[in-house]
Unconditional design. Structure first.
Length: 149
């Protein structure tokens, strides 16, 4: 398995595990009506992602150092570009859907109560979920599009 493929697998697995735990905790907190501490959970999840991926990438680079080669400009780069484009389009669709929902709420006079802390927490986590979904899609799609050697 190549350095790139190994890194993508680690990124995908760590992302699913860490963000899955975070959003599971978020949903439990929302059911209880308690939004306190979510900022610390977010910062903790972010720190775990950064540390684990940094350590894993360094370890992979060290283990693969004898087989290291430049990123090939052919199929691997094309797979990454295609996957990034699809992830960007998904992120745009998610953002535009959120904007449309806010516009419809305003049109019909519905209050989403974004001035209260609970509404702000929900909005922030919805935006975070959009980014996490797009990033996990990018990693998974890149893995699917990289040709097997």
């Amino acid at each position: 398995m190549s350095h790139r493929r190994t890194h993508l697998w680690i990124s995908l697995i760590v992302g699913l595990a860490v963000w899955g735990a975070y959003f599971g905790h978020f949903l439990q907190q929302m059911r209880r009506g308690d939004t306190g501490g979510l900022a610390l959970w977010f910062l903790g999840a972010l720190a775990v992602i950064v540390v684990v991926e940094t350590v894993a990438t360094g370890l992979i680079a060290w283990l693969f150092r004898r087989r290291a080669r430049e990123l090939d400009d052919g199929p691997t780069l094309q797979a990454a570009l295609k996957a990034s484009h699809v992830a960007l389009m998904l992120l745009i669709v998610l953002a535009l859907t959120a904007a449309a929902l806010l516009a419809l709420a305003a049109l019909f006079g519905w209050s989403l109560d974004l001035s209260a802390s609970r509404g702000q927490v929900v909005a922030a986590n919805a935006l975070l979920a959009m980014v996490v979904i797009a990033e996990l899609l990018r990693a998974a799609l890149t893995l699917a599009l990289i040709p097997r050697r």
